[in-house]
Ligand binder design. Structure first.
Ligand code: ADP
Ligand code: ADP
Length: 233
């Protein structure tokens, strides 16, 4: 069963008189419970696709369905609720709120979603622990390393236990060990039933896929299915 579907998606960027077709008549089904990885050259349209599937950007043509509901027709208010409660998005650039501590940054979507304070706090503690950033909880982002900020941004995307996690190059700025730790967390989330869609260039990240989708010039050129690996060994 598909958790998210894109049908005949097109995205055209206009700059002055120039038009650029970043995504061209693309169909994609993301299955519930799958760990889907999207690979492709720089500029092939991966981020654009993720933005459209997650309601962060409009479609030029086409339809996006989340659990059967057409989200590309949602109002701003419906989209905001969808993004806060149903999906988690790990951005390529980190974009934490600079005036909030790491703890407060991670807690924020929990409070916005109206979760009880105690529940949010204990979830923040356990995520910070898993990400090995507990010692930095009272620091501002500017007082932490890039890797710590990236891990905080990942924790923030997971705070509301979303059904679907989008991750755009989540290991791109991390050293090997921190990258593996992040992949282990995403794999664990996936094993507990959360669906993951990840864009990556990182071969060790791609190995976590159940389905690998290859995109070139705004089109899917290959889809590979894998048996679930057992990463606990
Ligand atoms: P990827 O994530 O695979 O590197 P992107 O989705 O970021 O690719 O970009 C796909 C293409 O669309 C690129 O050629 C890029 O230059 C172009 N593009 C992306 N965003 C914009 C924009 N806001 N305006 C114009 N062109 C854009
Ligand atoms: P990471 O792999 O997490 O990016 P680094 O090798 O960049 O780690 O940093 C090593 C250590 O130095 C980190 O554990 C962090 O606590 C500390 N550190 C790095 N940058 C800063 C900074 N701007 N302010 C405070 N501490 C920092």
């Amino acid at each position: 069963r598909a958790i998210i579907q894109g049908k005949n998606l097109c995205k055209t960027y206009s700059t002055g008189t120039e038009q650029f077709h970043a995504i061209r008549n693309l169909d994609i089904d993301v299955y519930e419970g799958d760990f889907t990885v999207i690979m492709g050259n720089s500029g092939s349209g991966k981020s654009t696709l993720l933005y459209m599937l997650s309601g962060l950007d409009s479609v030029t043509v086409g339809e996006v369905y989340f659990q059967g509901k057409r989200i590309d027709k949602y109002s701003e208010r419906q989209l905001a609720a969808f993004r806060t409660r149903q999906i988690g998005y790990i951005y390529q650039s980190i974009n934490l709120v600079p005036d909030l501590t790491l703890f407060e940054n991670i807690a924020l979507p929990g409070y916005i979603a109206g979760q009880p304070k105690n529940k949010v706090k204990s979830a923040v503690h356990s995520l910070m622990n898993a990400m090995a950033i507990s010692e930095q909880k009272n620091r501002l982002p500017s007082q932490t390393s890039g890797g710590q900020q990236q891990r905080a941004a990942i924790a923030r995307a997971l705070i509301n236990s979303p059904d679907l996690i989008f991750a755009d190059e989540p290991t791109g700025s991390l050293n090997y060990d921190h990258g593996v730790a992040v992949l282990d967390i995403l794999t664990e989330m996936n094993r507990k039933g959360q669906s993951v869609v990840m864009v990556t260039h990182d071969i060790k990240a791609a190995c976590r896929a159940d389905r690998l989708v290859v995109i070139r010039d705004g089109k899917i050129v290959d889809t590979l299915e894998f048996d679930k690996f057992d990463h606990s060994q």
